[in-house]
Design a protein around this ligand. Structure first.
Ligand SMILES: [Fe+2]
Length: 353
């Protein structure tokens, strides 16, 4: 990773000395991380099929995804190649990398203001949103697969703190909750460093390029990222804010609002156009809603089939304490997302007027 001050590096090393660490990644995992970073047109389908077939867990995962209601199959999918052709290469890589990272990370303890389920849901959503920002029309230079990985890993330092520094992490969560400040600021008070810098430092062992590490390190403060990696950090800040506004979970309810993110404020950016911004936020909202059902099928959550939007009860106004102390059901979360989504779109429409 590039430019962080010696003082900050020393503080990260102090946490490492206290036991902060990431698991090493298996060889198959390194191959998956490498494949997703390639341009989609250069990925060899046969290579991916043989890679997946080396791990029965991954085979089971991708078959389950392809057989979900979302893909509308009439006959059960039983082969990996059929599953990948149905789900699509990029989507397959999204799911495989998500399941891989989730499987190798240690299980989080249950904390008052931190839920492992919400953490992984937010990581997944941010990754999917980030990948959508890599399309040519948005005039960004970052590759979609690399944006996906940076989105998936942006908050990985939180898991490290939750697992290895549980008591102090709880203090940071409590401070953020009581004083209504962003969690990364509370972490600076408690640890002298935040989950973003810690996570990026530890990810250096996973053979990831500097721009992904810097996007993780500076996702809360992209202006501090080295110039050559700043756009990517801005895009991850944007993806993080959009998904936080849809979900308001994972203890990070005070993230910068979408309309105040650095990429929106940048005049030469496509995101500074309200029409473009409106379109991408709307599309991210629709995509997250659909993918949410693939990751959390109704039969697993014991929830009734999501009712139509019109028949959903209006979610009550969400306060910080409600968001962190009461675990909402998946259907309540979906309804809340739609409500927040409408709020963001209303803000954008007022800009267009
Ligand atoms: Fe973060």
């Amino acid at each position: 990773m590039s430019t962080i001050s010696q003082d900050m590096t020393d503080r990260v090393h102090a946490l490492v000395d206290r036991g902060a660490s990431l698991p090493s990644i298996p060889a198959l995992g390194l191959e998956l991380l490498s494949i997703i970073r390639k341009p989609i047109e250069s990925i060899d389908m046969r290579e991916l099929v043989s890679l997946v077939e080396r791990d029965p867990t991954l085979v089971a995962r991708i078959l389950r995804v392809s057989n979900s209601v979302y893909y509308g199959v009439r006959r059960e999918v039983t082969s990996v190649s059929h599953a990948i052709s149905l789900v699509g290469l990029d989507e397959t890589l999204n799911y495989l990398n998500f399941y891989l990272i989730k499987a190798i990370m240690p299980e989080c303890p249950t904390l008052k203001h931190f839920s492992a389920d919400d953490f992984w849901s937010h990581s997944w959503s941010t990754a999917v949103a980030a990948r959508m920002l890599g399309r040519p029309q948005l005039l960004v230079t970052a590759m979609p697969g690399e944006l996906y990985l940076a989105g998936l890993l942006h908050d990985i330092g939180k898991v490290v703190l939750a697992v290895h520094m549980t008591d102090d992490f709880e203090k940071a969560l409590e401070m953020a909750h009581v004083t209504q400040i962003p969690l990364h600021e509370a972490e600076m008070h408690i640890f002298g460093v935040d989950h973003a810098l810690l996570g990026a430092h530890l990810l250096d062992n996973w053979n990831l390029p500097g721009w992904i590490l810097d996007a993780v390190a500076f996702h809360h403060d992209p202006g501090e990222a080295p110039e050559e990696h700043r756009e990517m950090a801005m895009l991850i800040q944007f993806a993080n804010s959009v998904t936080n506004h849809f979900e308001r979970t994972a203890g990070d309810a005070h993230t910068v609002p979408v309309l105040e993110t650095a990429i929106v404020a940048r005049e030469e950016s496509a995101f500074s156009s309200p029409i473009t911004l409106n379109g991408i936020i709307e599309e991210i909202g629709e995509t997250l809603d659909a993918r949410d059902d693939v990751l959390n099928p109704p039969e697993e959550t014991a929830e009734p089939e999501a009712a139509s939007e019109a028949s959903q009860p209006e979610p009550k106004a969400e306060t910080q304490s409600e968001a962190t102390e009461v675990a909402p059901s998946p259907s309540t979360k979906r309804a809340a997302k739609k409500s927040v989504f409408r709020g963001i779109l209303d803000s954008l429409r007022s800009l267009l007027d």
